[in-house]
Design a protein around this ligand. Structure first.
Ligand code: F6P
Length: 414
């Protein structure tokens, strides 16, 4: 696949080709980062391929060549031209069976003579990339996530754009909440870390900010809102991280290995929902076979058993606060809107800085690192120190102090 001469550096073969993949939940900035890594690598005469749909593309040997024309004009584009997935090489669903495909992933990269695989992703990706590095692949990662919860880096790309989207939503909710003298709660992404809800909550001037790191007491919030009303404030905005926890709640198991279970739970596929084929009894399978017995022009049938839908956290909060305060309340879930659209200039700049340094590190054959942000600099940090850790908001973080000083309620008893 390459016709580049075999350059030598420090007596060793200089890198000639690399792969890039984007894994985990997408975010604005991925294309800008792909562009930056590819252009920077090409600057050093290195050829680039992009694996499709995250680690699955590496396992299934599905890739495209990335050249100057492929990566031109994409800095503004949301999503990822390579596609993404939450697949993990060591536990991959291959035609219905969960298999360890790590060796296949490594063999595919070696067959393509890749000197390095650059993995763009959040905490799950850092872990999966580290596993591949332990199996012999040269890896470089970039920190990507709207959750901003990767360790050893000041920030992650995608966060700024999502923060802008969530802040704009809070701004818009302010005007309608004000017109109707309502309480409006907005759910913002972030399961185990509250950076997004905290950042957007402060920037949008939310009155109450609930993050997973500070357990909330619904009665304390109700008292705060009632006191606010007595002071003549006729509306309130609550920014709720999706992982916010009441004092009597325990966090969900956030182990990335349980992604599938988490996603089923999120979609309400628990208690009484259809089991997967692997776990069904033979009787149940034959029951399904009967119910699946339909002519080809019939439209697919809905599941027979009711699906239990979990009440979203924000809905529970709004319901309880309306009951406790008597204030007319509404809720909004921003959901994947936060991950869509064009990256902000700050994210484009960040992706470009990170990607450029990734190219430089590849040329220097400095592998098994994540490119981290430190102030105006981008520096390599050992991947082994990143994998398996989550950067939550420290309780004494200056932003929390800022929110409290401005009179925002953080959900706890003051
Ligand atoms: O990737 C981070 C994230 O956006 C979280 O904030 C959110 O909880 C999760 O992904 C949603 O994942 P999915 O797109 O798989 O529903």
């Amino acid at each position: 696949m390459n016709n580049i001469s075999n350059k030598r550096k420090n007596g060793k073969t200089a890198p000639r080709s690399i792969g890039i993949l984007t894994a985990g939940g997408d975010c604005p900035g991925l294309n800008a980062a792909i562009r930056a890594v590819a252009k920077s690598a090409m600057h050093y005469g290195i050829q680039v391929v992009g694996f499709l749909d995250g680690f699955r593309g590496l396992v299934e040997n599905r890739y495209i060549r990335l050249d100057d024309s492929t990566v031109s004009g994409i800095i503004t584009l949301g999503g990822t031209l390579l596609g993404s997935s939450r697949d993990k090489p060591h536990k991959m669903n291959m035609g219905g069976s969960i298999m360890d495909m790590t060796d296949v992933a490594v063999a595919n990269a070696q067959r393509l003579n890749l000197d390095c695989v650059v993995c763009l992703g959040g905490n799950g990706t850092q872990k999966n990339a580290y596993r591949l590095s332990q199996k012999g692949l040269n890896i470089i990662t970039l920190p990507k996530t709207i959750d901003n919860d990767v360790v050893l880096t000041d920030t992650c790309f995608g966060y700024d754009t999502a923060k802008c989207i969530a802040t704009e939503a809070i701004d818009r909710l302010h005007t309608t909440a004000s017109s109707h003298h309502r309480l409006i709660a907005v759910e913002i992404m972030g399961h185990s870390a509250g950076w997004l809800a905290l950042g957007a909550g402060i920037a949008g001037g939310a009155d109450v900010i609930l993050i997973p790191e500070i357990k909330y007491d619904i009665h304390a919030i109700a008292d705060y809102l009632t006191a606010r009303r007595h002071r003549g404030k006729r509306f309130s905005i609550i920014a709720v991280a999706e992982g916010a926890l009441a004092v009597d709640e325990k966090p969900e198991d956030d182990d990335d290995d349980n992604d599938e279970a988490k996603s089923q739970k999120k979609n309400g596929k628990q208690n009484g929902d259809k089991k997967s084929d692997d776990t069904k009894s033979d009787d149940a399978k034959s029951d399904d076979a009967k119910s699946d017995d339909k002519t080809s022009d019939e439209s697919p049938k809905l599941p027979q058993k009711p699906i239990m839908i979990r009440e979203p956290k924000v809905s529970r909060i709004v319901r309880e606060l309306q009951e406790l305060t008597g204030i007319d309340a509404r809720m909004t879930q921003l959901g994947h809107v936060q991950r869509g659209g064009t990256p902000t200039p700050a994210d484009r700049l960040l992706c470009t800085r990170l990607g450029a340094i990734a190219g430089e590190l590849i040329a220097a054959r400095q592998y098994d690192v994540m490119v981290a942000v430190r102030g105006d600099d981008c520096v390599p940090v050992p991947l082994k120190d990143v994998a398996g850790h989550v950067r939550t908001v420290p309780e004494d973080h200056p932003w929390i102090k800022t929110a409290r000083l401005l009179g925002s309620c953080m959900g706890d008893v003051p």
